[in-house]
Structure formats: C-alpha cells, structure tokens
Design a protein around this ligand. Sequence first.
Ligand code: MSP
Length: 551
Amino acid sequence: MSERFYVTTPIYYPSANLTIGNAYTTVIADSLARWHRMLGEDVLFLTGSDEHGQKLQQAAEAQGVSPQAYVDYMVNHDIKPLWDRYNVRYDRFIRTTDDFHQKAVQDIFQKLYDKGDIYLGKYSGHYCVPCEAYWTDSQLVDGMCPDCGRPVQEMTEECYFFKLSNYADRLTQYYEDHPDFIQPAARMKEMLNNFIKPGLEDLALSRTSFSWGIQVPFDPKHVVYVWLDALTNYITALGYPEETEDFKTYWPADLHLVGKDIIRFHTIIWPITLMALGLPLPQQVFGHGWLLVDGDKMSKSKGNVQDPYVLADIFGVDAIRYFLLREIQFGQDGNFSGEALINRINSDLVNDLGNLLSRSLAMFEQNFPKGFPEEREAGDFDQDLLDQAQTSFDQASAYLHALKISSALNSIWDLIRRANKYIDETQPWVLAKEEGHKARLAAVLYHLVDVLRRLSLMIAPFMPETAEAIDAQLAIARPDRQANSQGLSWAEAGQAGLYPINHPAARGDALFPRIKMDETLTRMEKAAKDKQKSRDQQKAEDFAQLAKAGA
Ligand code: MSP
C-alpha cells in the first residue's frame, strides 16, 4: 500500500441546499481518509465548491445579488457548515473562484491551445442548463436531458473546441491497460459503448452566452466551460502549474470519488485533459450509486428531499453516517427511508453496540470499581472471542482496501455480535453471585472491555463521535487518534490485551437512545418542513439584505 493517500470528492455546486445525497459522497471520502490516517499514511483529502456557470449566474440574479456574493453566501452558510456538522475533516477546501485556481485554469487553456488541441469553431446543440452539458440528438431521451430529464435549450455559439477525438485511441488503450481505473468495472463498459466507440465528439470548451466564468486568456468574451474549470481543481489545489512539493507528493490522486451521474466527465474529459497536459492519470475513479428516497430521486419539486441537518438533529450525526455507509452497497443505488434508518439504529446501534457497552461496563464497575486485578482465569469461549476480534479486524481491512465499506462494517459487527453472545455463554452475572469465581469473572469482563477498546478503534473512521464516547467510558485517552503519524491506532485495533489493569472505567449514558418508530417518523416529516421553511426564509432575508447593501 502506498505511503500517501490523496482522495477527492466532487466539488459541489453552491446553488440549492445540499441534500443527504451530497453528504453521502463526502461521508464516504471522510471515512476513507480517516481510515488511511489511522494506517499512518500521509493523507490529503480535498473537497470544495464549483462556483461558475450559467446556473449560478441565474440563481444570483434571482436573488438580486452578484454571483460572487451569492456563492460566498452559499459556501459559508450551506456547504462548509454541513461538513462541520457531519465531522467531515477535509484537509483542503478549494473554491473555483480562488485566484490561484482561476490563473491556473487560464494557464491550462493556453497550454492546450498552444499545443493545437483547442480550435475555434461554431456550436449548435441541445444545452441543459442545470447540468451544464450539451447533448446530441441521439443522446436526448424523449427530447429531454438524459441525466436529469429536464428540458434542453437550442443554442448556437462561437466556441473553442477540445479535440477529444485525437485521444480516443489512447484512452481506450489506457482503459485496457488499467482495468481498475474505473470502478465498479461495469461503468467502464458503459463509457466505451455509449461514448467512446460511437466516436468521441469534440467538446465545446468555452461559452459566450453568459459571463460568470473564467475568461479565456486570449479571447475574453469567452468563458471557460465549467467542467474544464471544475475538473482541474484536483491539480490546481496542489499548486499546478507550478512544480510544487504538494504536486510532486500527491499527484496522481489515488481516488476520485464521484456519483455515477458525473463519471462520464471524470473518465473521459478529465483523463484526456491530463493526457494533453502530459500528466499522469489518477489511479482510480469510483462512481457510486444514487441515494433514492422511497425508490425515487430526491428533488425539491417532489418534496422528498431529506435535509441532512434535520436528520443529524433527530438521530445524531454518527447514526446517519453509519446508516449511509452500512445500508448501501457501495457502487449501487440505495434507498433512504425513515423506517430503514430507525430499524438500523435500533438493531445495530442500540441493541448490538450500545448494549454491549452498557452491559459490560455496568458489570465491570460493579465488580471491579478500582479496575481489573492481575489475577484472571482463562476459560471456555475466550479463544473464540479473541479469534473473532482478529478475524473482524483482518476482514474489515481487506474490505476497506477494496472499497467494500458496508461489508467492512458488517465484519466489525460480527465481533459485536460475537461479544454479546460471549456474555450469554459465560454468564458473568452468575459468576459474580457465586463464591470462588472472581478470577474467572475478571477475565470475562476484561475480554469484553478489551474488545470494546478494539472496537472503538475499528469504528472510529466511520463514527468518530461514538468512538470518542466509548473511549471516554472506558476512560482511555487516545490523543494520537486525530493526528496519528505512527499508524499506532489501527495496528492497536488488531492487538488484544492492551486495556490497562487497576484502572477504573467511567460509565456514562447509553450511546444511542432507542427510537420509537411512528412518533419519530411524524417528527421527521414535520421537522423537514419547518426546516425547509426557516431556511428559505432566512435565505430570502439574508439575500434581501445583501442586495440592499449592493453586494
Ligand atoms: N459540481 C459538480 C461536480 C464537479 S467535480 C469536478 C457536481 N456537483 S453537485 O453538487 O451537483 O453534486 C456533487 C456530488 O453529489 C456528485 O457526486 C453527485 O453525484 C452527488 N449526489 C447528488 N445527489 C445525490 C444522491 N441523491 N445520491 C448520491 N449522490 C448524489 O456534480
């Protein structure tokens, strides 16, 4: 495994409020970044915002403010606070309105032009404003945008083109030589059959119909196509075109994590841009599936948008993070429903994990208020439990390495279930009542507490607050977890017998309260409506004030 890990999320449009679907991508990236940090790797986790284009210009106009004031507001009131709320610990946040980025994009455009990969021509076609994408006749579905199903506009404009067709053979060859470049693998076939084999059309790379974008350096009535602007963030954030230390250290990226709707941009336009610039390609582009609500795409007009703030307020951030990571097979579409969420919380978090902690610590505190004694007596089922701890750790490692996140969590839960069974098998409450079993009781409870110590390390990348809460109850400090450079934390999760003796625990509240189904579903619905209203209201007031101030 490489010593460094550079992972990116897409950069988000600061146009509509982000949904739990957007948070899905970021929570996955954050969990992977945290896991790699625990392995002791040098991690760079990049996210950001994609701030140019007609859609944003129009959104700003609708609010009566400048595009810059609009995106500033949305980035600072929606995107960044959401990542803070979800404990998404990114290392860098790039905005495509950052000066260094704009200059770098102009430099890239110039380089491609000087090389002869860009030429001036005329474009007419069907343009989808929300998706910022042109479509050909054959790509339209019932005359509508094939991605979002909305109407398209006929547009003709003078425009600079990118000769993608020059690179079609090289790209096909690259796919063949790097079968892991696109994951899940089926998506590579989709790209080949739907876009590359039918003949790659040259790409319209500039616009003249609106002005909110990065100007083409030698022809400023054109602004650079948002997708070129956006995709290059992955290298401009490292300092490209300068040969910076960051660039040398982190490029090519290990993983671009994207939703399946934007995989086409990341596996055709982006690699070709890199080829044209003479740069190496990222190791992997992973296209995850859609988070659906009751089988349908989330949209404001359907009124089925799940607001991530509301969910976090009701259930806690870690419960939502866990649900997203566990419920959905990474790579496939997954369904979000209140029922499924509540069932998961009650079974996996309340019954399995929460009970294990509270039962174990209650007996520990009651029987050994000063901590575990030296003298402990081995017995039946111990080895089985310890073996499962090792197996869970090994399996979780392997699954995470293969980006099978749900399976990794399931392996960790195998240990939780095994530990609960161990309690039933060893019956510590009986040992506590009868004379002469103190040493056996000490061993049983020690194993449980030590397993909890290992579990808190294993779940930390996915549920950072819960891991801290468990540590607090076990009364162990892990100052190295946040800024681990030694790789100790993760290695520790694989080692038995590290819980200190003569050390009392500090039992606290239940980790997760049990959720009542009907009552909570009603509360969710009401809270979502209230929140939507209050946010819309707040936004309208804030923008009115900004407009008044001439922003
Ligand atoms: N700005 C572009 C990305 C440019 S990357 C160089 C963009 N932004 S977005 O805000 O519309 O979407 C960001 C990410 O959220 C995408 O990966 C998209 O697939 C993902 N999702 C948005 N809704 C989603 C679901 N309902 N489910 C899963 N992912 C979803 O695209």
